[in-house]
Design a protein around this ligand. Structure first.
Ligand code: C2O
Length: 551
């Protein structure tokens, strides 16, 4: 493969949306950030230089980072942050992957403005397993905040309450015509020719909402999810959780009517929580069709769980000769994790704005993850884990109860920095059960360092006796982010063939802030090519200024 060099300068830039101008943290002054394009097999050298006062790290979401965990990016997990005036070169090779991914800041809520597409093309002369598109168009969904999201989350963590929601959703940084007079000029336009096939690379980089997406009068053919080819199927609407990507083919009409077509996205939410229920819109414009009436798509209702469930059940791996589904068939380690919201006690002499005067917390197996001050990978590698983390993450919840029935009267979770340790090449089956204790919301769980197979999902309490009988071990979807459905469960399998420390967390940023996260420690194998590579010399090290807002 080739070597591709990129320079990422973290700098402030004034950006105006919805008539509000704000100085935002950007990469190279761009909002959203620049697009990275590489081929399978290429090596990427991305030099990130920090010119702002915030600490920063960048994560290459969905890149497996085989043995190169030092380049993964989550702050205090695989590295300490890049401080003001410092640089760090993210150095990794894209092995055995191609498709649509994205990159984003992985510290505090900086992902709100520091994100962009990461596109891995197949190796030279290797075709897609579908019609060659006339054109490829990345569309990245995001959120716009009229006020500084860093201040919003800092305030929320101070008070223990829920943070303010964003002011708009965006397509490639643009909110579109439905918000107010001044947002109309900030509309994403996709100009197309009649009778052609376009490949839309859809990315949900929003902080806190799952989004439904549709284009008026056009059917979309789903061909890829989370950079894995799927068996193609037609749909009017898609659902993308934050952290998920989906490629669709859009066949344009050969004799379009005298109209243009709105493309819209708005949230899917099961509970009544606080969220921005507005709609982002872009325009699909046929060549020479200017100033014509706009047709609008019909999106499912905000809480249409049956659509969302059907959609996820339709996603199947290609499972072909060229793209096999290597689902682990024999399992070494069966794990059961509860994921959900809870509370933790309010500190003395404070008034907390969470439920019943507590502070909001979220947990996996009742452990609310506490970010260490030393990066976990660094502390593991140097053999100095004492006082940094415990290697005993519980394989079952600490408190048992009926997850979908009456919640327990004590919703308190315990704090801890615990790692689940796995010997090299352990095959894992993990069932994640949503607890629905507080609020009803699904949780898009994202695993770093691996893809996993989604072998089953259901509603109610997981039944370890009968549910596995219906697992799909033939062509399950392989991905890096899966929705744990509200009031239900999902079962995944993966092979721990990548040594290092790997973060797993809810990709709803507010839940990550509240502690819905944990990490895996995969030990080195015996062979030289089964070991984590040594840390790069410029890796930002600990012992530097640390601010409590960096949760
Ligand atoms: Cu896209 Cu740990 O994140």
């Amino acid at each position: 493969g080739a070597t591709r060099n990129y320079d990422f300068n973290i700098q402030l830039q004034n950006v105006t949306r919805l008539c509000h101008t704000r100085s935002v943290v950007t990469v190279n002054g761009k909002f959203p950030g620049p697009r990275i394009v590489a081929r399978e097999g290429d090596r990427l050298l991305i030099k990130v230089t920090n010119h702002v006062s915030n600490n920063i790290t960048i994560h290459w979401h969905g890149i497996r980072q085989l043995r190169s965990g030092w380049a993964d990016g989550p702050a205090y997990v695989t590295q300490c942050p890049i401080q003001t005036g410092q640089s760090y070169v993210y150095n990794y090779t894209v092995i055995g992957q191609r498709g649509t991914l994205f990159w984003h800041a992985h510290i505090s809520w900086l992902r709100a403005s520091v994100y962009g597409p990461l596109i891995i093309l197949p190796k030279l002369n290797v075709p897609y397993p579908f019609t060659k598109p006339h054109k490829e168009v990345p569309i990245i969904f995001g959120e716009w905040f009229n006020t500084d999201p860093e201040a919003i989350i800092a305030q929320a963590t101070q008070t223990g309450g829920g943070p303010n929601v964003s002011d708009a959703y965006t397509f490639n940084g643009l909110p579109g015509p439905l918000y107010n007079e001044c947002s109309a000029k900030d509309t994403f336009k996709l100009k197309v020719k009649p009778g052609k096939t376009y490949l839309l690379r859809l990315i949900n980089a929003a902080l806190n909402d799952e989004l439904l997406f549709s284009i008026a009068n056009h059917t979309l053919i789903v061909v890829e999810a989370d950079a894995i080819y799927v068996k193609p199927f037609n749909t009017q609407t898609l659902i993308l959780a934050p952290g998920q990507t989906t490629n669709v083919l859009l066949k344009t009409i050969s004799k379009p009517p005298g109209a243009n077509f709105l493309m819209s996205a708005r949230p899917y939410v099961t509970g009544q929580g606080t969220f921005d229920n507005s709609t982002v819109a872009g325009i699909l414009e046929y060549e020479s069709n200017k100033n014509l009436p706009l047709f609008k798509p019909t999106l499912p209702s905000l809480n249409d769980t049956s659509f969302v469930t059907q959609f996820s059940n339709r996603l199947r791996s290609l499972a072909s000769v060229h793209f096999p589904a290597n689902v682990p068939q024999k399992i070494d380690q069966h794990l059961f994790f509860t994921v959900g919201l809870g509370t933790s006690p309010c500190e003395k002499n404070k008034t907390c704005q969470g439920p019943n005067g507590t502070r909001f917390a979220a947990s996996i197996n009742n452990v609310s993850f506490v970010q260490p001050k030393v990066a976990l990978l660094e502390s593991h590698y140097s053999g100095q884990s004492k006082g940094v983390y415990s290697p005993y993450f519980p394989s079952n919840p600490l408190h048992w109860f009926n997850y979908t029935g009456t919640p327990p009267n004590n919703t308190f979770v315990s704090n801890g920095t615990k790692l689940m340790v796995l010997p090299f090449n352990t095959s894992v089956e993990l069932v994640m059960q949503d607890t629905s204790i507080l609020g009803i919301e699904s949780h898009p769980l994202h695993l770093h360092g691996f893809n996993f197979f989604v072998v089953g999902q259901g509603f109610g309490n997981y039944d370890p006796k009968n549910d596995p009988k219906n697992f799909n071990l033939v062509d399950p979807i392989e991905r890096n982010t899966v929705r744990v459905p509200s009031g239900g469960w999902v079962a995944i399998r993966f092979l721990a063939d990548n040594p290092g420390v790997w973060f797993m967390h809810c990709h709803l940023e507010v839940h990550t802030s509240w502690g819905l996260k944990m990490a895996w420690l995969v030990l080195d194998g015996k062979l030289p090519n089964q070991k984590l590579l040594p840390p790069p010399a410029d890796l930002p090290k600990h012992g530097m200024k640390w601010s409590p807002a960096e949760i």
